[in-house]
Design a protein around this ligand. Sequence first.
Ligand code: ATP
Length: 543
Amino acid sequence: MADARVNALMEKIVSLCKRRGFIYQSSEIYGGIGGFWDYGPLGAELKRNVKDLWWRTLVHEREDVAGLEATIIMAPQIWKASGHVDTFSDPMVDCKTCQGRFRADQLDDIPCPQRPSKMVSQCEGEKTEARPFNLMFETNVGPLKDAASVAYLRPETAQAIFVQFKNVLETSRQRVPFGIAQIGKAFRNEVTPRNFTFRSREFEQMELEFFIRPDEVIEAICGRVATVAEGSWQGEPQPDWGWEVWHKYWVEQRLRFYESIGLPRATLKEYWQAPEELAHYARATVDILFTFPFSKRDARGELIGEELEGIAARSDFDLSQHQRFSGKAMTVFDEELKAAWAKLEPGRQTELARRYAEARQQYLTRMAATPEEAEQAAAQARADAEALAKGSYVPHVIEPSAGVDRLILALITHAYAEDEAPDDKGKLEKRVVMRFHPRIAPVKVAVFPLLKNRPELVAKAREVRDLLRPLMTVFYDDAGAIGRRYRRQDEAGTPFGITIDFDTLGEKGPELKDTVTLRDRDSMKQERIPIHELPARLLSQVR
Ligand code: ATP
């Protein structure tokens, strides 16, 4: 029963998305292509608004983050260094009876293609053993199709940030701690794309790599490392923050961002991965979860959310990997560290160098590709600790990594509402309304002349449209009864509607001349407001 209701709700949302031009199936006239989706006029605006706000919040409104826009196809060695060539795979199972291919960990959730009333796991068809299936899309660069020309469509945007780290550091005049942000396409050949756009094969990510000093460096400079319990992560960044406080700070910043675009905290959950779930290089990872209509329940009946974003403390793993594979130093020189180190007591120097060398050795031993490399790990780690004493180290990183399309789907499902509104004769009728936060709404304001066959009304309405157009997205609509026009904008999620009527022309008295009615989408309340006040009034809410 619950499932039927959920399906019905998702069906309504999917059909509204198509009907109103938020999201269409890619290549629809050819029957579509699994896992690929296009954004229509309203969807494209919505997506652009979300990406612009992410960029504005991180890059423009902060001094410690710089932007990057890298290519989708990069040197294939990058994916060797990152581990994607060897380990970026899902377990896949084939059904010998129906020839279907499924993710081994989803057999309980995917309907059998031959008997849709049953899940794949409940059907008798003979299945193969699970085997790894690499999710990267392969292509060839240049005219020859051979092993040497193989390249990949990037499965994440993050690696480009790591490999351009040194260039950005030098050209942006930043110093650690600082971040590099990038928005762009990523591709994963998901075995079973599903749940509308939630798991797609082509999608966009918004990723920040925030580079920080290793804790030993903080201790050398500040004498101590702040703890999460002290609570400073809620405020402005401080010099004594180590990875733990920075990580907590970024979780908080990201939650505040979601709130600012209309996903209240109550709709989000923080899921702190247990130690056994963490990737070997990660010190902590928090997933920000949102409950979609298709989210499952756990054994206690509680809805489990789905991941919108992962925020990981990744140590110095990524830069160290690229340092090893490229042979290019990924270290920074930190003047403050050099000066502070020289003033440390010898015992303290030894202690910090020992801890630093230990962590480096652990990493180098684990990632050694040959026995020789493993043998050299201890000596290399000692050399790294000596370099630290001279002010040089590989920065650590905190990575907030979000998916744009999943966020758009969360915003759409959260905004979708049904209620009642009066029609033109005052009779209540059902209305579908997308309650987008004004900051992300695709169209900010609709302008309606009361009647389209009255040139004075039309001229005034066009004047209002032209006044607002340079400031925000405006939709001009003169077709049909005013109630119908409101309804259309409610479905598009337009937060404000302006009607130009005979009062605007001053026909009922001079005091109302050049005033309009401003209608609020959610409360449906209307107020009279002078035209010249519109820009400031609307801008304060849509920016
Ligand atoms: P999942 O476990 O759901 O496959 P993930 O942990 O592999 O996701 P990450 O590699 O951490 O995802 O990618 C960061 C973000 O990119 C995710 O939080 C998600 O928002 C987005 N993302 C990842 N894979 C997809 C996909 N196939 N379709 C849409 N968005 C995706």
